[in-house]
Design a protein around this ligand. Structure first.
Ligand SMILES: *[C@@H]1O[C@H](CO)[C@@H](O)[C@H](O)[C@H]1NC(C)=O
Ligand SMILES: *[C@@H]1O[C@H](CO)[C@@H](O)[C@H](O)[C@H]1NC(C)=O
Ligand SMILES: *[C@@H]1O[C@H](CO)[C@@H](O)[C@H](O)[C@H]1NC(C)=O
Ligand SMILES: *[C@@H]1O[C@H](CO)[C@@H](O)[C@H](O)[C@H]1NC(C)=O
Length: 667
């Protein structure tokens, strides 16, 4: 796409060809040979300029006030004030206090590197004890880097809480770019999730109607009629950490097409592991990188600092990549080019250029590898390779703790079909090795603590995961993969359509929780093990039923199955894996709906809001219920699953997988 990308970089040629040729190449390739420069505009702005891109930053705050590319003076929204165009922010609170938004304005500006090939600037703010209670007790360092010949710029930030400093919580930190709304109308977040987007004005009162919560609106009178009747909600564009590698916006006006992309080569600094979901791009046009948040996990699952705990973490670097094509270039072509660039960035991760020693370089990192096997004698008498398992290193903790871990770094990879895995470029430190494998319930944690040192390459050899299992499978519903996407996902209500999801990811449509009451107006879902098919007959979300306008009532689903020879000795086991829960309580009764005390209850659990936010999964839960044989009968049995909490429509659970195991047949 960019001609310069296809041309060898001059620096590579310095040693082998004469200066004359070098100079010719430099003049041919506009911008490529120009050194990076730092200009000052008055006392309050500094501009990083490599001849291709000019980034203006406010001094000493470190707000990105302008991004100039391809002759366009500012890709950011100039209607916004200068602190509302390109900025880091965080939400924090003192324990028990209410949330405070901090725009992370620097108070000190420093040039860290300035030469022909690289400029790196730093905007810092140092905490003082006199600020206790009203300023977040963190030292902040925001870095911006520009390299020669690069179509964009890098940014990273370092947060530090010194030992003995006050207790606090952070529920979110991120970087935000607000782009020119007239220019950037085409959004792309994956190969298949791309579309022309409504204007931010379309969400205003008079043009839109608020739905169940303010983020979701129905566009009733958009500026362009093509969007009329559509739902707009930023959560429809969430992605998992492992998916967020490149996303962004394209301007496709009458002039040249321009792309603004965020490229994240590694999610090591994001919380919650590979499946945690975060916002990406959405109407604004907004381009986000959320480093951690309560999204799809819950307000109790955010970093909380107590007893003066010391903490320091580097977020990023991420790359803001800009590309262009002649007038008429489709957004999809710039997306393809941005993907090529993303692959290059991934190749060069961990970057060598960041000047901060807190960002550890390749030679300071180590790796771990091995082969993960599954031992489940009820499936195979031999160990089975954990094909395509997720294997990761995260701070030491309980089995499965990685999904809510948010203070350290996490390093994940997928095993190959044969269970072999390697996790590279791991920062030095002490970790637990965690894993889970699609197709098997539960979580694995290696008994050995893993200590990574610079250059270390730890070979763990064969390690064995024994997923929970007491007896043979009598029946199962769904696939144990931490997601409810394989179940029946209804078509959206006619008023709530986002056309992007008519033929993919149906669970991302707005308001599917309302469909349950439409499909099951009087009687709740009944699933017969012998004749039902979970893809057709198991509604993906167990939610309350609406009664009248604003009232809801609990719902009870039934699983009907037959049992021969109910064993008098040895118990049965019900494994209930949930892909999400939001202020729900799931009660289980065997053959007696009226049993006052349920045979099992999860109690009130979860606040991940995955149902409201159109996610097929949030926080994973696994419950193992001992089922006494006296609760069962010879012949027809029914398990009643009651979702007890029903104050509002969004309380409920997503199931991942249910399995009923017979009494053990192995000693
Ligand atoms: C963090 O807290 C603030 C203020 O309480 C709230 O507005 C924001 O939505 C919260 N963020 C998340 C991701 O929950
Ligand atoms: C510019 O500075 C960086 C970082 O210190 C260094 O790696 C690079 O070699 C320098 N380039 C030149 C041309 O001096
Ligand atoms: C799977 O891994 C084992 C152990 O490393 C190896 O012996 C075997 O050849 C591998 N199988 C295949 C098909 O690659
Ligand atoms: C399924 O149906 C068959 C034949 O009617 C019966 O023998 C079997 O027990 C049933 N299985 C379950 C799990 O309901």
């Amino acid at each position: 796409m960019n001609i310069v990308e296809m041309t060898a970089r001059p620096v590579f040629w310095v040693s082998c060809i004469c200066w004359v040729v070098l100079l010719m190449v430099m003049t041919l390739v506009a911008g490529e040979g120009v050194g990076v420069q730092l200009h000052y505009r008055g006392q309050h702005y500094v501009i990083m300029d490599n001849g291709l891109v000019q980034v203006t930053l406010s001094v000493p705050e470190g707000m990105v006030t302008g991004v100039k590319y391809n002759g366009i003076d500012n890709l950011l929204e100039t209607e916004n004030t200068e602190i509302n165009r390109g900025y880091y922010d965080l939400y924090w609170n003192t324990p028990g206090g209410s949330g405070i938004l901090d725009k992370m304005k620097g108070t000190n500006f420093k040039v860290i590197v300035q030469n022909e090939t690289q400029v790196e600037v730093s905007f810092t703010r140092t905490w003082k004890s006199s600020q206790q209670g009203h300023v977040v007790p963190l030292n902040i360092d925001k870095r911006f880097v520009m390299l020669q010949g690069s179509h964009g710029f890098y940014t990273y930030s370092i947060l530090e809480h010194l030992q003995g400093w006050p207790d606090f919580n952070i529920n979110q930190t991120r970087i935000v770019f607000k782009l020119n709304k007239q220019m950037f109308r085409y959004m792309a977040i994956s190969d298949t999730r791309q579309r022309r987007m409504p204007l931010p004005d379309d969400r205003s009162t008079g043009r839109a109607q608020a739905l169940a919560y303010p983020e979701a609106v129905l566009l009733t009178d958009p500026v362009e009629p093509e969007f009329k009747g559509q739902v707009d909600d930023k959560y429809q564009y969430s992605c998992t950490n492992e998916e967020i590698k490149v996303h962004g916006w394209v301007s496709t006006g009458s002039g040249p097409s321009l792309g603004f992309w965020q490229i994240t080569p590694s999610f090591e600094f994001r919380s919650g592991g590979p499946l945690k979901q975060e916002l990406t791009s959405h109407v604004g046009p907004t381009s986000l990188s959320v480093f951690f948040s309560a999204h799809y996990m819950g307000q109790n699952e955010v970093p909380m600092f107590r007893n003066g705990e010391q903490w320091k973490k580097v977020f990023g670097p991420l790359f803001i990549y800009l590309n262009s094509g002649p007038a008429g270039t489709h957004g999809r072509e710039l997306w393809e080019d941005a993907n090529n660039q993303m692959r290059k960035e991934v190749q060069s991760w961990p970057y060598s250029f960041p000047a901060s020693h807190d960002f550890t370089k390749r030679e300071q990192r180590g790796s771990a590898r091995g082969r993960l096997l599954i031992r489940d004698r009820y499936i195979n008498k031999e160990d089975i390779p954990a094909g395509f398992a997720y294997v990761g290193l995260a701070l030491p903790g309980e089995v499965g703790s990685w999904q809510t871990e948010d203070k350290g770094y996490q390093f994940w990879n997928r095993a190959d079909f044969n269970g072999s895995f390697s996790i590279d470029n791991v920062r030095s430190g002490i970790y637990d090795l965690y894993a889970w494998a699609p197709g098997y319930v539960g979580d694995y944690k290696c008994n050995e603590v893993i200590t990574i040192t610079p250059g270390s390459d730890i070979d763990l050899g064969a390690i064995v995961f024994e997923p929970l299992r007491d007896g043979p499978t009598l029946w199962e519903i769904g696939i144990p993969d931490r997601s409810a996407a394989e179940f029946f996902v209804p078509a959206p209500g006619p008023r709530y359509v986002n056309p992007l999801y008519l033929n993919q990811d149906r669970f991302r449509q707005y308001g599917l929780w309302e469909r349950y009451s439409v499909l099951y107006p009087d009687n709740d879902l009944v699933y017969s093990i012998n004749s039902s098919d979970y893809r057709r007959d198991w509604f993906f979300a167990h939610v309350p039923r609406r009664i009248g306008l604003h009232s809801y009532q609990p719902t009870t689903w039934q699983i009907r199955f037959n049992l021969n020879n109910v064993g008098q000795r040895g118990s049965y086991k019900l494994r209930l894996a949930l892909a999400s829960s939001a202020l729900a309580e799931l009660q289980v009764r065997f053959n007696d709906l009226n049993a006052e005390i349920p045979h099992f209850t999860t109690r009130l659990i979860g606040a991940d809001n995955a149902i409201a936010r159109h996610g097929a999964h949030g926080k994973y839960w696994l419950f193992n219920v001992d089922v006494q044989s006296i609760w069962l009968v010879e012949g027809a049995n029914t398990i009643f699953l009651t979702q007890k909490r029903s104050v509002g429509p969004l309380q409920g659970v997503l199931y991942d997988y249910i399995r009923f195991e017979g009494p053990p047949t192995f000693a």
